[in-house]
Design a protein around this ligand. Sequence first.
Ligand SMILES: Cc1cc2nc3c(=O)[nH]c(=O)nc-3n(C[C@H](O)[C@H](O)[C@H](O)COP(=O)(O)OP(=O)(O)OC[C@H]3O[C@@H](n4cnc5c(N)ncnc54)[C@H](O)[C@@H]3O)c2cc1C
Length: 484
Amino acid sequence: MTALGSSGTALIDALKARLGESYVLTAAGDIEGHITEARGLYRGEALAVVRPKNRDEVAFVLQECAKAGVPVVPQGGNTGLVGGGVPYGGVVVSLTRLDGIREIDPVNATITVEAGCILKTVQDAASDAGYLFPLSLASEGSCRIGGNLATNAGGTAVLRYGNMRELTLGLEVVLADGRIWDGLKGLRKDNTGYDLKDLFIGSEGTLGIITAAVLRLFPKPHARVTAFIGCESPYDALKVFQRLREAAGDQLTAFEYIPEFGIEIVLKHMPGSVRPLAERHNSYALIELSSPQKDADLQSQLEAVLGEAFEEGLVQDAVFGSSETQSQALWGLREHLSEVQRMEGGSIKHDVSVPVSRVAEFIDVATKACEAEMPGVRVCAFGHFGDGNIHFNLTQPVGMDKAEYLGQWERFNRIVHDIVHGMNGSISAEHGVGLIKRDELMLYKDAVALDLMRSLKRALDPQNILNPGKVVSIGDNAPAALPK
Ligand SMILES: Cc1cc2nc3c(=O)[nH]c(=O)nc-3n(C[C@H](O)[C@H](O)[C@H](O)COP(=O)(O)OP(=O)(O)OC[C@H]3O[C@@H](n4cnc5c(N)ncnc54)[C@H](O)[C@@H]3O)c2cc1C
């Protein structure tokens, strides 16, 4: 905890009086989990971590902090990967107690949830009501809806259902001065001016604190088929993707890319995992088709497209997950990828997107550029190929010192982000900007867009107390962007 001046003490006393002593944490041991980031790249400090139970208490906290001029950092599950939820002084507002499911409207196909609901809880509630809430991430057992909204989270189902922005119809938000904006409308059509909810989605806690949302539900898929293909190059994989998209339309729910290096390290570190195809291939894709119709013959459709691609040499080998267990084993290869990279040493990560038409070219060009820059660097480019979103991660050369390698982060940022920018892509596809990409954003974002972003920040948070120094900096108290 940072030293408390008399105004800090008065603030903490006021918060304790309203929220209750046990919901205003100040002891070092109690706040430690809230001041460090999931991967341990960042560690900050805080006066206190507060745990309000409803939107009125959130509003009270913001009013008091605004009066005292003390920064406020909202936090959900603290699984973010860009240092966005790490406080550098001030008060952390943990939303975990706002975890109610307020309503499910089956005819409107919507669910109204509070920001502290764990994503998995929302998926389960939708499923119990006979619906699908499709946002799906590896962190779904601990990330929370407010965090998903604030980062406009993506994941493996974006290809079919869109990311959090597309899944949201309404929001409730507490503003920097403590006012509550009640935008909890479940409307598919509402042309009454500016779309305010889209300002807060993806704003990473810098414009307001989201306390509840109306989210879209979908029919549950009743038929599903999974396949794993091996190709000679990402270019061939892209041609297969295009054909599947044309043949299967919205039934194509996932097209995830994995390189041979990714498969190698999953097999090396994950006991029980099995090489899915007999031979090694340069590129693999995990494909899923699904449909709400029980009798949809997805396997025949997939076989027809892949059979033709095989004849033409675009697909070198393929296997179908013909049971739920086999499907899960194939998905396991994809899901373990992030975890196993850690076991190979330091990893310099880029979460980028380019137009889908250029995704194979991006993988090819960026891989060659990084390998030329540092012979021995091991490229693990994987992910949401069908969205043009690649996690372009660089595993350290074998035997190199980890700290020395991670010290090269900026050097590789320049290479990878320059290529992305040249392809009219984005330097952050799904994890956000937070701290880690704040200074990169200044290099690549359109100058007018940056100006507009700063104007919005000043208009909604004139005192610069909401998660200061993250995304765009408007004050002079910003913490350093790159991890120490
Ligand atoms: C293993 C793993 C896999 C992941 N996979 C994916 C993936 O596939 N796709 C993806 O998009 N992300 C992924 N992530 C990143 C992360 O899980 C997401 O960004 C998630 O949406 C963050 O939710 P959270 O509740 O943990 O947010 P936090 O980490 O607590 O916060 C994230 C940001 O949102 C702000 N915030 C939190 N709650 C609120 C609120 N109520 N109002 C306003 N601002 C708020 C915080 O200040 C911070 O800036 C992954 C992370 C891990 C660890």
